[in-house]
Design a protein around this ligand. Structure first.
Ligand code: ADP
Ligand code: MG
Length: 161
């Protein structure tokens, strides 16, 4: 678990994950509106080599950034009404482990029956006592994300527990 004291610190933590991801990895971001899920994705994207601005995909559902070390698929399911629409946006191909890139998914918990089989969950919590502070926890669900979490946690800059 890590505490960050600014959006920049959250981006910096996310950047430390970028060297370790492989094609097919899935990161599920947990946290309320305004927790910092998109900030986290922005920090990761920049470290992956995405030069263009990463914006919230809330209205687009899926935004693709092909120009980094791996393609980045940024999904936000907040405005998706029906689980059937997941198929239309190609969700299952992006999270089945065989994708050519890495998927970051906000609000995946809206469709619990459609969660990936294997994913790294990054949960971001506000601190009621401090507007700029966040608690960030990572949990692996499945062997592949377990491996990713282990190598990330060994990174001295991330200091994840
Ligand atoms: P989400 O995608 O979870 O809805 P965003 O990442 O879009 O949230 O927005 C998070 C907001 O919280 C931003 O305005 C950001 O500047 C602010 N913020 C303040 N402190 C932090 C922090 N420690 N980590 C991340 N964001 C923070
Ligand atoms: Mg967001």
């Amino acid at each position: 678990m890590r505490r960050t004291n600014s959006a920049e610190a959250t981006k910096h933590l996310a950047a430390t994950l970028a060297p370790y991801v492989h094609p097919g990895d899935v990161i599920v971001l947990e946290g309320d509106l305004g927790a910092g899920k998109t900030q986290f994705t922005q920090g990761f994207a920049a470290a992956l080599g995405v030069a263009s601005a990463v914006t919230s995909p809330t209205f687009n559902i899926l935004l693709t950034y092909p120009e980094g070390r791996l393609p980045l698929y940024h999904l936000d399911l907040y405005r998706l009404d029906e689980a059937e629409q997941l198929e239309d946006i190609g969700y299952y191909e992006l999270i089945d482990g065989d994708s050519d890139g890495v998927a970051f998914v906000e609000w995946a918990e809206k469709f619990p029956e459609s969660l990936p089989c294997d994913y790294l969950e990054v949960a971001i919590y506000r601190d009621p006592a401090d507007e700029g502070a966040r608690q960030i926890r990572a949990h692996s669900f499945g062997p592949r994300s377990r491996q990713l979490l282990c190598v990330w946690a060994k990174d001295s800059k991330s200091r994840l527990q």
